[in-house]
Ligand binder design. Structure first.
Ligand SMILES: [Zn+2]
Length: 412
């Protein structure tokens, strides 16, 4: 593993810039990875296409009507319904189950209300609001300097190859995202009494296609058995999004570069997924198309997403139980301190999810919490990536992947 090589890939991805689906950046990103896989000499380099519901933002508006009249900064909440909603604001904190239950206990009726939450994962909150009949949602971004994170109201792996009626893939109300400063104003007004707002959201929803990029190093003893190493190359709507996920792509490329031409016992499949940001759709498409083979033959899935920023964070193993011991051992060998271990099976979040539901041992070695301050904003830039940390985290992942590929016997 080379920190210089890995960081070169990060720089290249930063240079390509934004990779929102159906943009030039998306196709340049895909082409770049395809060429790298070929250059390294991976086998069976190809793309696999699937369909998705494309989101093209048009307009949004967030307007306080009572007790003052004021227009606030906003961005559209992706995959929310087109339309307008007017109503009283209820603040639901971070939008956790406990917070919604507390509101229920207090007798707060959310029917026809506009629910405001502070969150970077509103898709986890949408179902709570829908169930309670909310009329709209305001997500308060907590990024510094009033940067507004770009976020989606839905993150549904089932939305791969969507079929009509297409509005079943959308939140049942319009939504907007606003800045921290605007959020503070809303909370200040709420502390003084009733606040009424009007929100508007308009986007164009169209069925389109995109592709995963795949390359393989064939196993020499048990070629049917495979290790999946993947990370997404698509990005959110604005900015170069280098942490999320230029770094993960760089990790996939660096591991592919080092392993190509070698002779592992089992096959290693390198995948750059598309459409992660809108529903883990690339991973979902791949897992569906190869479900039978994967369930029988995959010995592990290594997910590489949003690695090694300069901001301090906890080292966390998001690993299924059947690969926890191996992950801990490899972290120790690499000298990567483990601060916490999380069972990821109940979080529909990042590309390993569709693999873990097939029962495949799955890992995401992640430096979190807290989240990168500029996550999903224009300021997720190259200067906030730590190349030394990146090399270390790639090393942990490579040790796990290469163990799965080379160990004479595997224990679960
Ligand atoms: Zn990501």
């Amino acid at each position: 593993m080379s920190s210089v090589e890995a960081f070169k890939f990060v720089k290249d991805m930063a240079g390509i810039g934004n990779r929102w689906l159906d943009t030039e950046g998306e196709s340049r990103g895909r082409e770049y990875i395809l060429q790298k896989f070929k250059q390294f000499g991976l086998e069976e380099v190809h793309t696999e296409e699937f369909a998705y519901l494309h989101y093209q933002p048009k307009r949004c508006r967030l307007e306080i009507i009572r007790p003052v009249r004021e227009i606030l900064d906003c961005q559209p909440l992706e995959y929310s319904e087109n339309g307008e909603a007017r109503g009283e604001v209820v603040y639901a904190g971070g939008g956790t189950v406990a917070e919604f239950k507390r509101l229920d206990r207090l007798g707060v009726d959310l029917r026809g209300k506009i629910v405001a939450v502070t969150s970077f994962a509103p898709f986890l909150i949408t179902p709570h609001c829908e169930r309670r009949g909310a009329a709209g949602m305001i997500v308060i971004s907590d990024a510094p300097k009033n940067y507004i994170r770009r976020l989606t109201a839905k993150l549904d792996p089932e939305a791969v190859n969507p079929r009509p009626p297409l509005d079943k893939y959308l939140a049942r109300f319009p939504g907007v995202i606003t800045s921290e400063g605007a959020g503070e104003l809303l909370l200040t007004l709420l502390s003084a009494g009733k606040v009424v707002v009007r929100i508007r959201h308009k986007a164009q929803y169209t069925r389109k296609t995109t592709s995963n990029v795949i390359g393989v190093v064939r196993g020499k003893v048990e070629p049917m058995k495979k290790v999946i190493v993947g990370g997404h190359y698509d990005s959110q709507l604005a900015g170069p999004l280098v942490w999320d996920n230029g770094t993960g792509v760089a990790a996939v490329l660096e591991m592919a570069r080092v392993l190509s031409g070698k002779h592992p016992l089992r096959t290693v499949v390198f995948i750059a997924f598309s459409a992660e940001e809108i529903g883990l759709l690339g991973a979902s498409a791949y897992a569906r198309q190869h479900a039978e083979d994967l369930a029988k033959n995959a010995v592990g899935m290594i997910n590489l997403d949003a690695l090694s920023s300069v901001f301090p964070a906890e080292n966390t193993l998001w690993v299924t139980r059947n690969i926890e011991a191996l992950s801990r051992a490899k972290a120790r060998e690499a000298g990567w301190r483990v601060d916490s271990v999380v069972d990821p099976s109940s979080f529909v979040f990042s590309d390993y999810y569709p693999f873990m539901v097939l029962g495949i041992p799955s890992t995401w070695i992640w430096e979190y919490p807290p989240i990168h301050p500029y996550y999903h904003t224009e300021k997720d830039v190259l200067e906030f990536i730590d190349s030394k940390k990146l090399l270390k985290v790639i090393e942990v992942n490579a040790r796990i992947a290469f163990h799965l590929a080379y160990a004479p016997r595997l224990r679960r």
